[in-house]
Design a binder for this molecule. Structure first.
Ligand code: CTP
Length: 425
């Protein structure tokens, strides 16, 4: 795995002679393990054929807002990117980006992203020195856009001066820096670039203002997963009923919830932009149909509590998952552990089930330790004997990382097959 494994980069190429050097940038980023989605402007196509980037990128080149199967390609690209890199950037691109104009796929993608943006301008010296261009560059830099180059040197037509695009190695180094990755001699965490959503704790379904239906989940296994994912470089979203004891790492978002319905809406809202879901929470299967406004008093006789089913969050994710997303479910059982877990693996449409026998000593609810068996949809079985919950988290995250990697490779293979069949969109 390269140092940029799991990182998604939109590589924007605009119409300048330096576009040929973007080929080298693309190759280096892919070699470093990044998933590179090339976006070429109409102008760029005059300088380099799309077949070159089709062959070198991780997915087919896109050029237009209107020619992709996906109905809104710019939001898919912009929202899914960890970095948008434009090289070369023409004076037109700088101007459009500065003013928020978005009438082609690349400028629309730039507007639709919250990812860091790196821009490598290239143009003739006269253009580069125009006050309008200088002002655009200054404004963009002020807004946090990273400018690489240009440098002095040979320009198109034999001229020499300022405006030559920075060298590919320097552009790639700027991309690494913007992604917070090292140069590869010291790999960033193996989950860097991934967004991992973890649910933790047991939900509480209110009966009245003082009572609820709950369960014995402490959230410890879910929180161990969140902590382990964070230190290994993932961006973590921890949806938990036990927020007071949730891990507090930079890059970790902790969302406090109480009921199954609250957990469902927090998870479903985030799911489209998440790479891995670890559904460690013990979610209530039923909730009271009516919740009393006031405390139920015992003088009123034995209350009858009618229940209704809650949403099965994991099963819903299993039905709507897309791309390389990985789903991991958990199964706390007291009988027929493997049989029940295998049934949930199929029924919920997940990649992996982590099952434990909560009737065994020191296992599961409220303990610091756990003993689990991992059942994969590929038939793989891994036993993890009694150990610290953090150790269980390590094994689960190793498995989730490998599944994600395999899913990405599968997507790349599918993309390559489409390209070689000439099925270019
Ligand atoms: N789960 C969920 N939503 C629910 C119930 C469960 O997302 N309403 C998830 C849990 O977080 C866990 C997996 O489904 O990852 C299995 O949960 P479990 O309680 O073991 O199984 P159930 O489907 O609820 O079935 P049963 O209670 O009959 O064992």
């Amino acid at each position: 795995m390269g140092p940029l494994a799991g990182r998604r980069i939109v590589l924007g190429v605009t119409g300048g002679i330096a576009a040929y050097k973007a080929v080298e940038v693309c190759r280096r980023l892919v070699d470093a393990g990044a998933h590179v989605a090339p976006v070429m402007t109409e102008g760029a196509l005059h300088f380099v054929g799309r077949a070159t980037f089709d062959a070198l990128g991780s997915e087919p080149v896109q050029t237009s807002l209107w020619d992709e199967l996906h109905p809104i390609p710019h939001t898919r690209l912009g929202q899914g990117a960890d970095l948008v890199l434009v090289c070369p950037a023409t004076a037109r691109l700088l101007s459009d980006y500065r003013t928020g104009r978005s009438d082609d796929l690349l400028t629309a993608t730039l507007l639709a992203t919250r990812a860091p943006v790196v821009v490598a301008p290239a143009m003739h010296t006269e253009m580069w020195e125009q006050p309008s261009v200088a002002e655009n560059v200054a404004v963009l830099a002020d807004r946090g856009v990273t400018m690489v180059g240009p440098v002095d040197g040979r320009l198109a037509g034999g001229d020499v001066g300022a405006g030559r695009m920075a060298e590919p190695a320097d552009i790639v180094a700027a991309a690494f820096e913007a992604l917070g990755a090292t140069d590869g001699s010291e790999p960033a965490g193996d989950l860097a670039g991934l967004t991992v959503l973890v649910t933790a704790g047991g939900t509480r379904e209110p009966i009245c203002p003082v009572r609820f239906i709950g369960n014995r989940s402490s959230g410890k296994q879910g929180h161990a997963l969140a902590a382990e994912a964070a230190v290994r470089g993932a961006k973590v979203q921890c949806i938990t009923t036990q927020s007071a004891s949730a891990p507090d790492y930079p890059g970790t978002e902790v969302v406090a919830v109480e009921t199954a319905a609250e957990m469902a809406s927090a998870v479903l809202e985030r799911f489209p932009l998440v790479d891995v879901v670890l559904m460690a929470a013990a979610v209530a299967d039923f909730r009271p149909v009516e919740v009393a406004d006031h405390k139920i008093k015992k003088g009123g006789g034995v209350p009858e509590i009618r229940l209704e089913p809650t949403v099965d969050i994991l099963a819903q994710l299993g039905r709507t998952r897309a791309g390389s997303q990985v789903l991991v479910g958990f199964a706390a059982e007291t009988d027929d552990l493997r049989q029940n877990a295998a049934q949930k693996l199929q029924a919920k449409g997940v990649d992996l089930i982590v099952a434990n026998d909560v009737s065994a000593p020191q296992v599961g609810f409220e303990h610091e330790t756990n003993a689990v068996v991992l059942l994969g949809i590929d038939g793989g079985i891994t036993e993890v004997p009694l150990c610290d919950k953090r150790e269980v988290a390590r094994v689960v995250l190793d498995a989730a990382r490998d599944i994600h990697q395999a899913n990405c490779e599968q997507m790349d293979d599918d993309g390559a097959d489409r390209a070689s069949n000439g099925d270019d969109t």
